[in-house]
Design a protein around this ligand. Structure first.
Ligand code: ATP
Ligand code: MG
Length: 357
């Protein structure tokens, strides 16, 4: 695929390390432009109205189809040949200034589509969706979760954040603390970090392994491959039991992270978000990127894919995330539970009695 004109490649693993720079092979101008122009034609039909519920069935199907095409460029269903450097950290819709508001509309529409699909999922009470976010600090995990999930019925969605494990957590296997937070049927569970930290931060700082109360015999030279295998099996097990797992890596450039850290220092309202530890982790940038790449290579499957989302542009990333979730939910072929003909008769009788009051 030709290099996408609208993508400014900015995917060095570390500033100035030209050896790892390569032209992007991901993304297509057509996919991105069609997505926004489909929305534009809807928008001109109903000026100022971008409600998913207000769209005709055909328009909804078109939107879902666009979400599928748009998110497909970031989908990794088979990690075998995955190379992180071929994925951009920066992407944009390449819009004319007057079309800029369409980005906001696109996200709003995406959020409403998500909410409509989630409503059916909740009524059906069969499937659950686990959405995992992993990224370097300041990549925008919190903002993406907040915006993309903003239209969802809070009863149908639960967010769990995983920081360094507690003493109680360390008394168990590493999946234990995450298993406790898996979504119930009919719900979306969001993991802000997850068991994947066990092959990321723990791999970058191997000393952490020593605090995991594991016998020396269990810390083999193959420990990372063993963990990948355990995670793949775990996700397969979840899939077989009705929990769909999708994973997002928010792919941020080192340069953009620096910009966001400086912003957190300069803006008093953002000071609380700044931690000196985050800056220390920057020193291990290349190690983290290698760990991410190996993780994606080893844990991407058709059933539980990774999406590698360009994260330097926050609005773009959020639309890409919403699109991938819409596509995933749509694949489940949801429909509201059908009630029996006896039940319909019963409802008619009750309605007549209510009207006669
Ligand atoms: P934010 O910085 O936006 O508040 P965050 O997810 O970075 O969100 P922090 O409290 O800064 O939250 O960081 C959590 C830290 O916990 C991360 O550095 C992460 O690598 C670490 N962590 C998570 N899981 C594990 C684990 N299993 N073992 C060791 N460290 C972990
Ligand atoms: Mg942090």
């Amino acid at each position: 695929m030709a290099k996408n004109e609208t993508f400014k490649t900015n995917n060095e693993f570390s500033e100035g390390s030209d050896s790892r720079k390569e032209k992007s092979t991901v993304g297509s101008t057509t996919d991105n432009k069609t997505f926004i122009s489909a929305l534009k034609s809807e928008n001109t039909k109903k000026k100022g109205e971008t409600e998913f519920g207000a769209l005709s069935k055909l328009s909804r199907e078109k939107l879902i189809e666009q979400a599928r095409k748009f998110s497909k460029q970031y989908f990794i269903g088979d990690g075998e040949k995955f190379r992180l450097k071929t994925y951009d950290t920066h992407a944009s819709f390449d819009l004319e200034p007057e079309d800029k508001p369409l980005v906001k509309d696109a996200l709003q529409l995406g959020v409403q589509a998500l909410s409509a699909l989630q409503d059916i999922m909740y009524a059906q009470d069969k499937w659950s969706l686990l959405v995992i976010f992993q990224a370097m600090d300041a990549a925008g995990k919190d903002g993406a979760i907040k915006h993309v999930m903003s239209g969802i019925n809070p009863q149908g969605c639960q967010v769990s954040s995983f920081k360094a494990p507690s003493n109680e957590d360390l008394d168990h296997d590493y999946l234990w603390r995450c298993q406790k937070h898996l979504p119930e049927r009919g719900r979306i569970g969001i993991f802000n970090r997850s068991y994947y930290e066990e092959v990321l931060v723990v791999r970058v700082h191997e000393k952490i392994l020593e605090s995991q109360k594991l016998d020396k015999k269990l810390i083999t030279k193959d420990i990372w491959d063993e963990r990948f295998k355990d995670i793949r099996n775990f996700e397969k097990y979840l899939h077989r039991n009705g929990t769909i797992v999708i994973k997002f890596f928010l792919n941020l450039s080192k340069e953009e992270q620096k910009k966001r850290f400086i912003e957190r220092i300069d803006n008093p309202d953002k000071n609380w978000k700044f931690s000196a530890t985050d800056v220390n982790e920057r020193a291990y940038w290349d190690d983290y990127m290698n760990a991410y790449e190996d993780m994606i290579r080893n844990t991407s499957t058709e059933d539980s894919p990774w999406y590698v989302i360009p994260a330097d542009n926050k609005s773009y990333a959020r639309i890409a995330i919403a699109s991938a979730i819409i596509h995933t939910l749509d694949q489940l072929d949801f429909e509201y539970p059908k009630v029996s003909s006896e039940k319909i008769e019963e409802l008619k009788v009750i309605k007549a009695a209510l009207l006669a009051e």
